[in-house]
Design a protein around this ligand. Structure first.
Ligand code: ATP
Ligand code: MG
Length: 755
């Protein structure tokens, strides 16, 4: 009675098949990068539908990003066709919004509630901080907002905040601020991102009949990237899976990289306890990367303690070693990456198969500039996004206010943009009325213009504005929303404001506003469009042109590319200094996992690089190669030093590893100050850079000329990192110094002070 294996199952190995076909009860797939975890989830989804186990609406599938949802939906559609549309598939947040809109009144919201972005949240909290008379310089709203968000990640509502957590913050008033903030959000008919999870958990806990409805609906649950769920998400999943117990989670403890945002790697470690009787399936064959890439990544991650440990193997050809390249500075790094990209293009590689993965957002700029110069099409994934630009935010505030007149934050943003003579005095009066009457600002203003509280000019301007909004809102009934948007921008004077603006940015802003109206046409309603904006935090992608991707390591999770560039592997940049300062050893381990994620994105080639000099906040600083470089197993790495440094590219496999790992093995790089000593052609290079600016910095700057003015052999000097020393050699703007404690180093004269 054996039936032939359907084609969609033939593409799986035995362990993967087991994970797809174990349909009853909890399943955890715990496996390393590139072993097909996501492929298992997609196939399992298709399998549930094809075997008739579930109807599309009986399946809930959670992914980590919107992009991943789209991809999964496409892949499932390729197997089962249009029924894929009806599966509940999305990020935690997208699914929570969908649920909350249907039951909003049960948590104190209306179904058209607004989702606040990060700026709105901070502005709101700042108002509350000031109202409490707390010094917002000492306790910046952004910092306190972070604290509140972490509580929300841990599903701690204001009444459940642990006293010892709250004691030292904002003069002991943080819990109170948190409570006020939540109350204020309800009055504004708004929720922030964290609330989407919290309200949903609350809804399920307090309304068993609603939970029962979803138990009936979701018979099978699938979760990708389980290692990065936080407590609130975990509670949410557990509530939903309570009845059917058919929950399949896939993840990799070595890829947990959102601890700083409240993710609990513990969730994956205690899955079997939380879901008794769980089948735990391990996948060991990697289908993505070459053996060198895999071995380099595995060797690195093996330095972490407290991991479950996994076997990973692959049967593809060895391929190329991982390249580690030292360059002079960031500009050179971008230039070299640009050259490599062009070389790949000449060999007919697709740009879509190339990615530059950076540790922090600010690092994209140099590469962007380089790619613009070279005419290499690129996109910044998850970076400075269209919808975050100033003029777009303003325009959206108008639209939000039309959709939702109670949206005070939107009101404040545009009440005097463009200028209408509605300054602070008017706004203060409006706030006072709003507080005393318990209404929104818009309603308060309606009230104000009926009185003589305001001077005649602002009174008239405010009256006009309110009438405009009433008219626009009425127009929405019979005018397409994109057309209305154009009308609003024109009639409000917003377009005219930028037309009159003579700055270089103004034309670009006007183009962006046009593009906004274009974008709106793709949506059925204004509400639909606004929801899209608040949720879709990723760049609009133009699939029609071949583009290279630039993104942070965090946004690269789950993705794969033939060639990956990993620049900026320097102490302080990566591992990131803030992560080390704030979270110590666990911070370092999370950084190392991030490095593991980065390397394992590559199918064929991973290129790591570091620069000897970086400009940080306008200051040139010498940099140390990241400790992660010395942790890579040398037999899988090829060291390359860049062109001009030695008058011609050199490829070596011995010196670098010997110098770095040898030194670092006995001495941690921070203390030893292992300066990268491979640069000699500095004069020529330095001449084409701008002068270093060192205003207000407690050490002297020589000059921007390639010349270490005033230093000579025997001078006693002080260097910030290495301390006191004696100059041994002056070489253009570089000095070789015998430091009393740190030994002989080459440093830039810029950072040396004469004693
Ligand atoms: P990550 O941990 O990075 O999220 P993953 O475990 O989710 O990785 P996938 O992205 O599902 O891995 O798979 C990695 C690559 O291997 C994909 O290109 C996928 O199509 C391919 N792959 C997975 N399983 C198989 C298989 N059995 N046969 C051939 N290719 C496979
Ligand atoms: Mg995956």
């Amino acid at each position: 009675t054996s039936t032939p294996t359907p084609p969609y199952l033939q593409n799986l190995n035995a362990a993967q098949r087991q994970a797809v076909e174990t349909l009853d009860g909890p399943v955890l797939v715990l496996a390393g990068a590139g072993t097909g975890k996501t492929r298992v989830l997609t196939t399992r989804l298709a399998h549930l539908l094809i075997t008739g186990r579930a109807r599309p609406w009986n399946i809930l599938a959670v992914t980590f990003t919107n992009k991943a949802s789209r991809e999964m939906r496409e892949r499932v559609a390729a197997i089962i066709g249009p029924a894929a549309e009806q599966v509940w598939l999305g990020t935690f947040h997208a699914i929570c919004v969908r649920i909350l809109r249907r039951h909003a009144e049960l948590v104190g919201l209306k179904s058209n509630f607004t989702i606040l972005d990060a700026d709105d949240q901070v502005r709101l909290l700042k108002q509350l901080i000031q109202a409490e008379g707390i010094d917002d310089k000492r306790w910046p709203a952004r910092v306190l907002m972070g604290v509140i968000q972490r509580w929300k990640d841990r599903a701690l509502t204001p009444d459940r905040v642990p006293a010892e957590d709250a004691m030292d913050l904002a003069g002991g008033k943080i819990a109170q601020l948190y409570r006020q903030y939540q109350e204020r959000l309800l009055t504004l008919n708004a929720a922030d991102f964290g609330d989407l999870m919290l309200h949903c958990v609350d809804l399920f806990q307090k309304h068993p009949e609603v939970l029962a409805e979803y138990h009936d609906r979701f018979r099978y649950m699938l979760v990708d990237e389980y290692q990065d769920t936080n407590v609130a998400q975990y509670l949410w999943l557990r509530l939903l899976a309570q009845k059917s117990k058919n929950i399949c989670c896939v993840g990799d403890d070595d890829q947990s990289i959102y601890g700083w945002r409240g993710a609990e790697v513990g969730n994956i470690l205690k899955f079997e306890k939380d879901f008794p009787g769980a089948a735990v399936i391990r996948l060991e064959q990697n289908y993505r990367s070459t053996p060198h890439i895999l071995a380099a990544a595995s060797g690195l991650i093996a330095r972490n303690e407290g991991r479950l440990g996994k076997t990973l193997w692959t049967d593809v050809d060895a391929g190329e070693k991982v390249t580690v390249r030292g360059v002079w500075d960031g500009e050179e790094e971008a230039r070299v990456v640009g050259e490599e990209v062009e070389a790949l293009q000449r060999k007919d590689h697709l740009l879509a198969q190339i990615a530059v993965l950076v540790r922090a957002g600010f690092q994209t700029r140099e590469f962007e500039e380089r790619f613009i110069t070279l005419g290499v099409p690129y996109r910044v994934v998850g970076g400075p996004r269209f919808y975050e630009r100033l003029e777009i935010r303003d325009a959206i505030a108008y639209l939000r206010l039309i959709a939702q007149p109670d949206d005070d934050l939107a009101f404040e943003r545009i009440v005097n943009t463009p200028r209408r003579g509605l300054g602070d005095a008017t706004l203060q009066a409006a706030h006072q009325v709003a507080r005393s009457q318990g209404t929104s600002l818009m309603v308060a203003c309606r009230y104000l213009v009926e009185t003589d509280e305001l001077k005649p000019k602002p009174r008239k301007a405010l009256g006009d504005l309110i009438r405009d909004f009433d008219r626009w809102r009425a127009e929405l009934e019979h005018m397409p929303h994109a057309e209305l948007a154009q009308l609003v921008l024109d009639e409000s004077g917003y377009t005219a404001m930028w037309q009159a603006d003579k700055s270089v940015e103004a034309p670009g802003r006007l183009e962006n506003l046009k593009e906004l109206v274009n974008a709106m046409q793709e949506f059925e309603s204004l509400a639909g469009f606004l929801e899209h904006i608040s949720l879709v935090m990723e760049n609009a992608e133009d699939a029609s042109i071949d583009q290279l991707s630039i993104m942070t390591l965090h946004s690269a999770k789950g993705l794969e590319f033939d060639t990956v560039f990993l620049p900026g592997w320097e102490e302080g940049v990566f591992p990131n200094q803030r992560a080390l300062d704030e979270s110590g050893a666990s911070g370092l381990e999370e950084e190392r996992r991030l490095a593991y994620v980065g390397i394992t994105r590559a199918r064929k080639k991973a290129n790591i690089s570091f620069a000897a000099n970086r400009r940080v906040h306008g200051l040139w600083q010498s940099a140390l190669p990241s400790r992660f470089i010395s942790e890579l197993p040398t037999e899988h790495v090829e060291q390359v030093t860049e062109g001009g440094l030695f008058g011609g590219a050199q490829r070596q496999t011995d010196w670098g590893a010997a110098t770095w790992s040898g030194r670092y093995a006995s001495n941690p790089p921070r203390e030893s100050g292992g300066y990268f000593e491979a640069n000699t052609a500095q004069g020529r290079r330095f001449a084409r850079r701008e002068a270093p600016t060192l205003e207000g910095v407690p050490y002297s700057v020589a000059t921007n000329k390639p010349n270490a003015a005033g230093f000579q052999r025997g001078s006693r000097v002080f260097h910030q990192k290495f301390g006191m020393g004696t100059v041994r050699l002056v070489d253009a703007d570089k000095l070789e110094i015998d430091f009393d404690k740190a030994g002989t180093k080459k440093v830039l004269a810029t950072f040396v002070e004469k004693k």
